[in-house]
Design a protein around this ligand. Structure first.
Ligand code: NAP
Length: 302
């Protein structure tokens, strides 16, 4: 392990991924962690320092980064409501792009490394699954904003890692329900759901992404890495697996096509992230969807 990597500032530590990272890093590493998010208080309390910070505020970011002087910043904060990004474009850009530039500006004078997350939405979904070398071509505003954040880091000249992931599943305090939980709740209430059969990709357990991040930080990796779930299937197949694991009746699911949903943001259809690079470099092996759902079942206390 690189001895220089000691103090880590986790931005967005109250989010789904942020909480998974704080929990795993606390358990599995001896890094000195400082937690930070926009809320007044930390949702987790393992005894680490918590700093309230809105990363869209450039001067605050500069001051706090200078004061805390971390070796690494892990940025889990983002505007992740994909459909809302189409209408709330300014807000989306402010958090997904301008705030990343604030982190870059604050980090540059001190040689701080930034670990940042991106998405398969940087691709158009025509020829997936994608390796790290595939050429991005976003089709939604969210995807464009995340690609712009990648480009801000790539051209910044600072030490960075971009971790691309997709469809996060997991649990946490006060986090928005993910797709699996939404589906479980609907079917348990005997409500019918329409699930698309034409969107293909990985689902990723937040804990697997946290583990991949830990390896990336420990090995001081640089550049772009895909970290995503162990299989690539359609959203409909995933929904059927949810029913299998949680003993739910599949009859409540009606298969539909994406264009029947009339969602504001276009989705990449034939997507997915290939994780061979992470497998080869540090033995990353994520749960497949069935394993992930069994893990979620335990996490949810079923
Ligand atoms: N979730 C997915 O399926 C998915 C898929 C692909 C990639 N990703 C990427 O993975 C990363 C983590 O996603 P996630 O699902 O864990 O997101 P999340 O649960 O929405 O967490 C983001 C956290 O950042 C906080 N935050 C919002 N605005 C902030 C600000 N101005 N300053 C500081 N913190 C702020 C949020 O607080 P509030 O909740 O109070 O706003 C929240 O606690 C993101 O980069 C995302 O683009 C996610």
């Amino acid at each position: 392990m690189n001895k220089i990597l000691k103090k880590i500032l986790i931005i967005g530590s109250n989010g789904l991924l942020g909480q998974a990272i704080v929990t795993l890093f606390t358990r599995e590493s001896d890094f000195n962690l400082i937690l930070s998010s926009i809320e007044e208080e930390s949702f987790l309390s393992y005894g680490q320092e918590y700093v309230q910070l809105d990363i869209t505020k450039k001067d605050d970011v500069k001051e706090i980064v200078k004061h805390l002087s971390p070796n690494v910043i892990i940025n889990c904060a983002a505007y992740t409501a994909v459909d809302k990004c189409e209408t709330e474009r300014e807000l989306c850009w402010k958090l997904n792009v301008d705030a990343v530039k604030n982190l870059i500006i604050a980090s540059r004078p001190y040689g701080i490394k930034i670990v940042h997350y991106s998405t398969d939405y940087v691709f158009d979904g025509v020829n997936g699954p994608y390796t790290e070398e595939a050429i991005p071509n976003p089709i939604s505003f969210y995807g464009r904003s995340k690609l712009a954040s990648e480009n801000a880091l790539i051209t910044s000249g600072i030490d960075y890692v971009i971790i691309r992931t997709m469809v996060l599943v997991g649990t946490g305090k006060n986090v928005k329900p993910n797709f699996a939980e939404w589906l479980i709740n609907k079917i348990k209430n005997n409500e019918s759901v329409n699930i698309v059969d034409d969107q293909i990709g990985n689902t990723t357990m937040a804990d697997d992404l946290a583990y991949g991040t830990l390896k990336i930080v420990e090995k001081d990796c640089k550049g772009i890495y895909n970290i995503a779930g162990g299989d690539i299937i359609s959203r409909l197949e995933y929904a059927y697996k949810v029913c299998e694991v949680f003993n739910l009746n599949k009859k409540f699911i009606t298969p539909i096509k994406t264009n029947q949903l009339n969602q504001p943001a276009p989705r990449p259809f034939n997507s997915g992230l290939i994780t061979h690079k992470a497998e080869a470099e540090f033995g990353f092996k994520a749960m497949d969807s069935l394993e992930g759902l069994r893990y979620l079942k335990v996490q949810l206390g079923y």
